[in-house]
Design a protein around this ligand. Structure first.
Ligand code: PMP
Length: 310
């Protein structure tokens, strides 16, 4: 039996009891920063592995710092609370954990200073986001990525996700699976919720964070796996839209999307129309790592065991 729990206003409570009022500042103005952490179910081990949880809380602290919000909790305690929520909730399937630091004051007025902030965590079951086997059909969005001079995309701010939602809906309503968003200079930035990589002549290339990209934890994982296991150092440089059309392989990474091959962009089939050899090698390494099947990368996985009711 599974019942979702949340950490809300300093206590672990059933998720259905975690409610905010209509005047909550974050609800009105998008003044919150958040994370998404995957819990990956491993049936053999009978546990969920929380993937790179500490790094997600470190990024939450950075996002809070960029907006000048108080995080109010130590990272060690947040990790312990997260394990507790996952264990109590009792899911035996992949889950998604959402920590959020939000302006909780119930007042009107756009600003970031002089308001109360709070931290919440909730959990939801969450299966595959994009089709990791068939790959994603993408198009270049007509929307541009927000710029660091507007709302910094390096911070995972809830309000920024209107930009992502515009791009994602446009893509889906036009019959594609995902959007590829260009930055204001016209260079490739990222997907609506994923980092993007291309492979050309055996080199792995991804845009630098200064192209208005979220500094992805999955992306960092793939970069490390490529270097350690395939001997390929990833090149960080700007990518033009036209380069997407001639790449040998394209894939996206993200907590929700895991590692998803891209098989079509703007109605041009990516070479061969199916995941290429480097994408396949990285996928195998990545999925072993996140499900705790790789001894070498076990330190990325925090086990959470479902509690059997006594
Ligand atoms: N870019 C954006 C805009 C995202 O929302 C995400 C998902 N958090 C990513 C990239 C991928 O980041 P990560 O691998 O840390 O989930």
């Amino acid at each position: 039996m599974s019942t979702p729990y949340a950490y809300f206003q300093g206590q672990i409570v059933p998720l259905e009891e975690a409610k905010v009022g209509v005047m909550t500042h974050a609800f009105n103005y998008g003044t919150a920063v958040f994370e998404g952490i995957r819990g990956n179910w491993n049936a053999d081990d009978g546990c969920l592995y929380l993937f790179r949880m500490r790094e997600h809380y470190e990024r939450l602290a950075q996002s809070s710092r960029i907006l000048g919000l108080e995080m109010n909790e130590e990272i060690d305690r947040l990790c312990d609370l997260t394990v507790e929520i996952v264990e109590r909730s009792g899911y035996e399937e992949d889950v998604y954990i959402r920590p959020m630091v939000y302006l909780s004051s119930e007042v009107l007025g756009v600003r970031l200073h002089g308001l109360e902030s709070d931290l919440l965590i909730f959990i939801a079951p969450f299966g595959p986001y994009l089709d990791i086997d068939k790959g994603a059909r993408c198009h270049t969005s007509s929307w541009r990525r927000v710029d660091d001079t507007g709302i910094p995309p390096r911070a995972k701010v809830t309000g920024i996700y209107v930009n992502s939602a515009l791009a994602k809906s446009e893509a889906e309503l036009n019959g594609f699976d995902e959007a590829i968003v260009l930055n204001s200079d016209g260079h490739v930035s990222e997907g609506s919720g994923e980092n993007i990589f291309i492979v050309r002549n055996g080199a792995i290339i991804t845009p630098p964070p200064s192209d208005n990209v979220l500094e992805g934890i999955t992306a960092a994982t793939v970069v490390e796996l490529a270097a350690n296991e395939l001997g390929i150092e990833t090149v960080e440089r700007s990518i033009d839209r036209s380069e997407l059309y001639i790449a040998d392989e394209v894939f996206m990474t993200g907590t929700a999307a895991h590692l998803t091959p891209v098989t079509e962009i703007d109605r041009r089939v990516v070479k061969g129309g199916e995941p290429g050899p480097i994408t396949k090698d990285l996928s195998r390494l990545f999925f072993d790592a996140i499900r705790g099947k790789s001894e070498k990368y076990r330190q990325w996985c925090t086990p959470a065991r479902v509690r059997v009711a006594s």
